[in-house]
Structure formats: C-alpha cells, structure tokens
Design a binder for this molecule. Structure first.
Ligand code: NAI
Ligand code: A1CAB
Length: 278
C-alpha cells in the first residue's frame, strides 16, 4: 500500500482520462473515484459514479484530475469545488488556463475560502501503456509537495517535463498532446500507399505499423538523435535519398508540419478564450 499511487478523483474518463487510468491501474492506485456516465465499469476497489454529487464527502483524494472536454468542465465546477479544498487539481484540458480554472472553482466556494491549487498538464494517449509524455505547469501557489505529487502520478505513465511559462503549453499541446495523431496518420498513409502500389493489405499494414513502432523504439532506446538515425538509413544515391528529397523540400513536410503545429497551437489559445495570434 505504501508504494501505491495516491487516490484520485478522476473527472472524465474518456480517451485521455481512460489512458491515464489504465496506466495508473497497472502501477497500483489507491481506491479512487471515477466520475463518468459513459464509462461502463472500473475494476474494484475503485468506484465509478455518474456525477460528482455521488462522491461521498468522506472521500479524501490525493489529487483531483480534470479530464473532460474543455467546454464541459464548467458544469462540474460547483460539485467538485469542495474537494478542491482538500487536494490540488490537475487539469489536462487543452487550452483552459490554470488561473481561469482556479477562479471558477473559487466562485463555486463560500466567500473567504482559500483559493484552490490548479496544476496544468498536457499528457498524451501513450500514457495508457506507460509511454506517455506529459508537460506540466503550476502557478507559484502550488507547493513543492503538490508539484512532486503531480510528477509522481504522471511519471507512472511516462516521461514528465515542467515549463515555467504557461504560454508554452499551447505549442506543447500542438506537439506532444496532439502529436500521436500525426504519427498514427503517418502509419495510415504508409499503409494506404503500400496497398495503392500493389502490396497485399495485410502486409502493407504490418510493415507500416512495425516501421513506425520500431523507429520510435530505436530512437528512444538507442539514444541517438533523430537526424543521425535518419542519415543512417539514407545511403548516398540510394532509395531513401530519393524519398527524402520529396519529403524534405521546404514546401513539403517542413512547411506542412510548421503550419499544422501553428494551427493546433492557435486552437489551444482559442480554447483559453485568449485572442488568437498567428
Ligand atoms: N485525447 C487526447 O489525446 C488528449 C486529450 N487531452 C484533453 O483531455 C480532455 C479529454 O479529452 P478526451 O479524453 O479525448 O475526450 P473524451 O470525449 O474521450 O472524454 C471526455 C469524457 O468526459 C466525460 N464527461 C463529460 N462531461 C462530464 C462531467 N460533467 N463529469 C464527468 N465526466 C464527464 C465524457 O463522458 C467523456 O467520457 C480534453 O480536455 C482534452 O483537451 C489532453 C491531452 C491528450
Ligand atoms: O485534440 C485535442 O484538442 C486534444 C488535446 C491534445 C490532444 N487531443
């Protein structure tokens, strides 16, 4: 029990909340409450409830984790606010600023209550297999103990980094939060291209998936930088060079990825309610 992760009050258990929960369950999580009317079940000794009103007052979470869609969180603020006086709140919501969330929780509490502590994190779905990447930000009100608790929970599902400027969270979201989707798209496109160019579908799928997985694993386990690994595949005058001359043309992948990341970061800023900048 001593090494278990602390109990969480998880608000929203869809793709991202579910990915973190899967990771925490594998590590060993103290009995927790999960609020989500669409989740069919959670394993004992954890409790699944449909709304925050069903969480007993006697429950003392170590951390409250907000993982609803950014637009849905306001509906739960008043029900979870009392718990936010007992435990820090970790929000994984894209865009929503920590100060804004803390203000909304404060508005839902009796006048004179202390201000709840909100820590923001941007995880990603590989957290479900312990291969996530989470980037965290906390306002100065968060204590070192609260930050350490946040690191512990997210370290249990992958790598963790901290930033000192909340504005950086928009670009982080566009790279590591959304990034698994870009990689999955690469696998989809490789598979489709293989089929279009005559490979049996099962073989196209196998080679696309294992190539993406193997390249990622090699990069992490080998510790070499991505550019070196790329050059190691590229024989002068060989096949890869022909492909990379297409992909690395300034108006091809470099431009497409820069534009894509800017678009995602802009959307993150929009979700915060801030006026969009380029
Ligand atoms: N999907 C991803 O890869 C990532 C998502 N995020 C963030 O995580 C949050 C959730 O995203 P997803 O999991 O993709 O969405 P999702 O739609 O899969 O999950 C949201 C869950 O919240 C539940 N929910 C809605 N209202 C609720 C309420 N009042 N009380 C309790 N639960 C409620 C829904 O039933 C749903 O299961 C978003 O804010 C998103 O920005 C962050 C990083 C990566
Ligand atoms: O698409 C989204 O808005 C969320 C945030 C990062 C990944 N999924």
């Amino acid at each position: 029990m001593a090494d278990m992760l602390p109990p969480v009050l998880l608000v929203g258990c869809g793709n991202m909340g579910g990915a973190m929960l899967d990771g925490w369950l594998k590590e060993g999580l103290a009995p927790s409450f999960i609020i989500d009317r669409h989740r069919p079940s959670v394993p004992a000794p954890h409790h699944l409830v449909r709304s925050a009103d069903e969480v007993p007052d006697s429950f003392h979470p170590g951390m409250i984790v907000l993982a609803t869609k950014p637009q849905k969180v306001d509906a739960v603020m008043s029900a979870i606010a009392p718990f936010a006086l007992r435990a820090p709140v970790l929000s994984v919501l894209a865009g929503r600023r920590s100060g804004d969330l803390a203000d909304r929780l404060t508005d839902a509490l009796p006048a004179g209550s202390p201000m709840p502590v909100v820590i923001r994190a941007m995880p990603n779905t590989p957290s479900s297999i312990g291969q996530g990447m989470s980037v965290c930000y906390a306002l100065p009100a968060a204590t070192p103990t609260q930050r350490a608790l946040c690191t512990r929970l997210l370290r249990a599902v992958g790598d963790v980094a901290w930033i000192d400027h909340e504005d950086q969270m928009d670009v982080v979201t566009a790279i590591s939060g959304s990034g698994p989707a870009y990689v999955f798209l690469l696998a989809e496109l490789l598979e489709e291209t293989g089929v279009a160019q005559g490979l049996p579908p099962a073989l196209a799928r196998q080679i696309a998936r294992q190539t993406v997985a193997g390249a990622g694993a090699l990069m992490i386990q080998g510790g070499m930088d991505a550019a070196t690994l790329r050059r190691n595949v590229t024989s002068p005058g060989g096949t890869t060079q022909q492909a990379l001359e297409v992909l690395m043309a300034p108006d091809a992948w470099p431009a497409a990825l820069a534009t894509a990341v800017r678009a995602a970061a802009r959307r993150s800023r929009e979700l915060s309610g801030a006026s969009p900048v380029s």
